[in-house]
Ligand binder design. Structure first.
Ligand code: BGP
Length: 481
C-alpha cells in the first residue's frame, strides 16, 4: 500500500483572525458598541472585566484599537499573500453593520469596509472564510433582551445574515455561523459567547452561572445557525457552511473505568454535543439525562427540531490547541492556571499558559470527528501563544515553528489515515489581542505587531522567523517542513 499521501492539491493554507481582536476602530464610521468593546484587558490571574459604562480614563479596552486592522488591512493582506495564503479566516463585526443589532437598515459604511477587504483578498486569489459571529454581539442587545437568552436574538441575527449573504453572495463561499459554539456548554461561555449577563455576573469568567439560561442561549444559536444555513442556500446554493467547535481533546488520566466513563461524558458534552446538533441535525440521545441531572429545562418546539434537521452544515471545523486529562479523583483533576481545567498529562509539555501541547492528539481528534460525521474537515484554529522577544526587528520564534510543524505532520498522518481534511488556518495570521486575557503579549501570529499590553506601540508590522518558514511550507504544499 502506498504510504505518505501528500496534502491534496488545492488544500487550503491560511490563517485566522477575528474582527474584535484585530480591527480596532471600535466607534469609527458608524460602528456600534459590541460586547467585546466593554471588556477591559486583564491578565490570566486577574480576569477581564465587563464595564457596562465605558471609562477609558480608568480602564484599557483592547478591542478599541487592537492592531488597527481597519486601517492596515491592505498591508496585512499583502503580507498574508506573501506567505502564500489561499484562504483567510476573518469575522464580520456585527455592530459595523447593525450598530445596535435591531435596526431595519444596515450601516452602509460598515458594509463598504468589508467590500474593500474582500476586494483586497480577491486581488491575491485568497478565499475568504467568514465567521459571522465571533463574540461580537451588539451590546445594546444585552440591555434589550439579555443577548442570546432571548429568542428575539435569532431574528436580529438572521437580519444581519441576510444582508451579508445578499451583499457578498459572489465573493464569499465559506461561512461559519458561530465561532466555538460549544463554549456555551461550559460556564466560560456566558458573556463572551452569548452576551448574557446572569444576575450577579460581573466578570468574563462568570462567577455566577445559570446552566438553564446558558443552554437556552445555545439552543437559540442552534436554531439561528440552521435558519442561516437555509437562508444562505436559498440565496446562493453554492454556499458552504461549517460548524466551529472549540475541541479540547480529553483522555482518561488512568485506565480506571471511573476515569474512562467520566472522560466519555466530558467528551460527549463538551466536544460532541454542538457538532451532533449542527452536523447531524439532531438533539443527541445523551442530552436528556444531562439536562435532567443539571435541572435544565426549557421549551424545544417541534418546529425548532425540524429547522435544526433541515439546516445542517456542510463541513466540520474546529480549534485545536491542547488536550487535557480527566480524572475522577478530585485531587488530580485540575491543572493550575489553565482556564479550561483538566488534569496534567505527564507525557506532555505545556505552554506558559498551561495549555498542554499535543500534536498527536490532533491526529486522534481528526480521526475521531471524521468517524463521527464523515464530512470534510478544516482545522480553523491551532497555534502557540507565547511571549515573543523582539530584537533589532527580528523575532526568532523557533518554538512556534516547532509547534506548527508537528501539528502539520500529524494532519498529514490523518490524511493518510483517510480523513478528508481540506484546510488549515492556524491562529493567528498576525499578532492580535488574546481573548482569554485581553493581553497583547500572548502572541500567536506569523507577523509581529509593535503593541504592548497597555496599548502602547507604533503598530508597525514585522515578519517573524515563522513567517518565512510557513511561506516555505505553503509553497511546497506541506512537504518542506
Ligand atoms: C479561541 C478563540 C480565538 C482565540 C484563541 C486563542 O478560543 O476562538 O478568538 O483568541 O482561542 O485564545 P487566547 O487568545 O485566549 O489565547
Amino acid at each position: 500500500m502506498k504510504e505518505n499521501k501528500k496534502f491534496p492539491q488545492g488544500f487550503f493554507w491560511g490563517g485566522a483572525t477575528a474582527a474584535n481582536q484585530c480591527e480596532g476602530a471600535w466607534n469609527v464610521d458608524g460602528k456600534g458598541v459590541s460586547i467585546s468593546d466593554v471588556m477591559t484587558s486583564g491578565t490570566h490571574k486577574d480576569p477581564r472585566r465587563i464595564t457596562p459604562v465605558i471609562d477609558e480614563d480608568k480602564y484599557y479596552y483592547p478591542s478599541h484599537e487592537a492592531i488597527d486592522f481597519y486601517h492596515h488591512y491592505k498591508e496585512d493582506i499583502a503580507l498574508c499573500a506573501e506567505m502564500g495564503f489561499n484562504i483567510f479566516r476573518m469575522s464580520i463585526n456585527w455592530t459595523r453593520i447593525f450598530p445596535n443589532g435591531d435596526e431595519s437598515q444596515p450601516n452602509e459604511k460598515g458594509l463598504e469596509f468589508y467590500d474593500r477587504v474582500f476586494a483586497e483578498l480577491k486581488k491575491y486569489n485568497i478565499e475568504p472564510l467568514v465567521t459571522i459571529y465571533h463574540n461580537e454581539n451588539p451590546f445594546a442587545l444585552t440591555g434589550k433582551c439579555n443577548g442570546w437568552a432571548s429568542r428575539e436574538c435569532i431574528d436580529y441575527y438572521l437580519n444581519f445574515c441576510e444582508v451579508l449573504f445578499k451583499r457578498y453572495k459572489d465573493v464569499v463561499k465559506y461561512w461559519i455561523p458561530f465561532n466555538e459554539i460549544n463554549c456555551l456548554t461550559t460556564k466560560l461561555g456566558n458573556w463572551n459567547h452569548a452576551g448574557i449577563l446572569n444576575e450577579g455576573t460581573e466578570f468574563f469568567t462568570a462567577q455566577v452561572d445559570d446552566p438553564n439560561t446558558r443552554f437556552l442561549s445555545l439552543h437559540h444559536q442552534f436554531v439561528a445557525s440552521a435558519k442561516a444555513v437555509m437562508l444562505g442556500k436559498s440565496i446562493n446554493p453554492e454556499f458552504q457552511f461549517g460548524t466551529m467547535i472549540c475541541h479540547i481533546t480529553v483522555y482518561p488520566l488512568t485506565c480506571n473505568p471511573d476515569d474512562v466513563i467520566l472522560t466519555q461524558q466530558e467528551d460527549l458534552m463538551r466536544n460532541c454535543f454542538s457538532g451532533d446538533v449542527q452536523v447531524k441535525g439532531i438533539y443527541p440521545y445523551y442530552i436528556k439525562r444531562y439536562f435532567e441531572k443539571n435541572d435544565i429545562h426549557f421549551e424545544i418546539t417541534d418546529e425548532d427540531l425540524s429547522i435544526i434537521k433541515q439546516g445542517t452544515v456542510d463541513f466540520y471545523s474546529f480549534s485545536y490547541y491542547m488536550s487535557n486529562c480527566i480524572s475522577s479523583d478530585a485531587s488530580s483533576a485540575k491543572v493550575s492556571g489553565n482556564v479550561m481545567g483538566g488534569a496534567k498529562n505527564p507525557y506532555l509539555k505545556a505552554t506558559e499558559w498551561d495549555w498542554q501541547i499535543d500534536p498527536k492528539g490532533l491526529r486522534y481528534t481528526l480521526n475521531h470527528v471524521y468517524d463521527r460525521y464523515g464530512v470534510p474537515i478544516m482545522v480553523t484554529e491551532n497555534g502557540l501563544g507565547a511571549r515573543d522577544t523582539f530584537e533589532d526587528g527580528k523575532i526568532h520564534d523557533d518554538y512556534r515553528i516547532q509547534y506548527i510543524k508537528e501539528h502539520i505532520i500529524q494532519m498529514k498522518e490523518a490524511i493518510n489515515d483517510g480523513v478528508d481534511l481540506i484546510g488549515y488556518t492556524p491562529w493567528a495570521s498576525i499578532d492580535l489581542v488574546s481573548v482569554s486575557t485581553g493581553e497583547m503579549e500572548k502572541r500567536y501570529g506569523f507577523i509581529y505587531v509593535d503593541k504592548d499590553n497597555q496599548g502602547n506601540g507604533t503598530l508597525k508590522r514585522y515578519k517573524k522567523d515563522s513567517f518565512y518558514w510557513y511561506k516555505k511550507c505553503i509553497e511546497s504544499n506541506g512537504e518542506d517542513l
